[in-house]
Design a protein around this ligand. Structure first.
Ligand SMILES: Cc1cc2nc3c(=O)[nH]c(=O)nc-3n(C[C@H](O)[C@H](O)[C@H](O)COP(=O)(O)O)c2cc1C
Length: 224
């Protein structure tokens, strides 16, 4: 199995990579991924999450069709500018290009995982589902895979429910395309800690964080 990069190197490098090799994910790797995902905490340890692994080519093709619908609305926004997406700052442009790639290649993604949770069971419903999603995304990185949340196929949620036989008492929380990435993992573009974390009271600066580099401590885990 893949050489685990270690927890912090994993956290600091788990980018949302959206271009995948065609290689299938072996069942033992997929089992390891899901077995790690369900180690996550949930309210009262209820574990009301459920996961559907979508590998059927026709089902993936349908999901691609449904993903193209919101993408066309995205595109319309950029078509007002002469250069469209090319007018965006580099990082935004690259990220959007990768979204575009995934939209048009979703059917070739090795596995698309649909994440479900029982409706009406928890006071903070997402809170009892997304810890497992994050375990899954970090677990994917640890296994040399990559994934991200990609909700465009939910544009036809009713059709997706019907296709996968998802009962009404289950919420669909998100969709996770997973595969072996062609792009490289990490570093992550994030706001600096000092802009996000307050000391004691909302808005109060944390002097230690003020003295740290804007890129945080990524270099400690990723090297140069
Ligand atoms: C709740 C949630 C919904 C998201 N939905 C989508 C989506 O529909 N399509 C998409 O391409 N990315 C989606 N993302 C992925 C984010 O765009 C991505 O995690 C973010 O841009 C950070 O990317 P990075 O880790 O590569 O820097 C979603 C992420 C979250 C947490």
């Amino acid at each position: 199995m893949h050489n685990d990069p270690g927890l912090f190197a994993t956290i600091y490098s788990a980018r949302a990579l959206r271009r995948f090799k065609p290689d299938p994910i072996p069942d033992d790797v997929l089992f390891q991924l899901m077995d790690a995902a369900i180690r996550a905490p949930s309210g009262q340890n209820a574990q009301d999450w459920r996961f559907v692994l979508v590998r059927d080519r026709d089902h993936k093709r349908k999901m691609q069709e449904w993903a193209e619908i919101p993408w066309r609305r995205y595109q319309a926004r950029f078509s007002e500018h002469a250069d469209g997406m090319d007018s965006l700052p580099r990082s935004q442009r690259l990220s959007l290009k990768s979204v575009e790639h995934l939209v048009h290649h979703l059917a070739e993604t090795p596995v698309i995982i649909v994440v479900l949770g029982l409706k009406g069971r928890h006071s903070t419903p997402g809170g009892s589902t997304f810890p497992a999603v994050q375990n899954l995304l970090l677990g994917a990185r640890g296994l040399g895979l990559s994934g991200s949340i990609f909700n465009f196929p939910l544009s036809r949620e009713d059709a997706l429910r019907e296709m996968l036989g998802i009962p009404d008492n289950n919420e669909i929380y998100c969709v996770l395309p997973i595969g072996y990435p062609t792009d490289r993992h990490g570093p992550l573009g994030r706001k600096p800690v000092r802009a996000i974390v307050y000391d004691g009271r909302f808005g109060e600066r944390w002097s230690f964080a003020e003295a740290q580099p804007d890129a945080g401590w990524q270099d400690r885990w990723l090297g140069e």
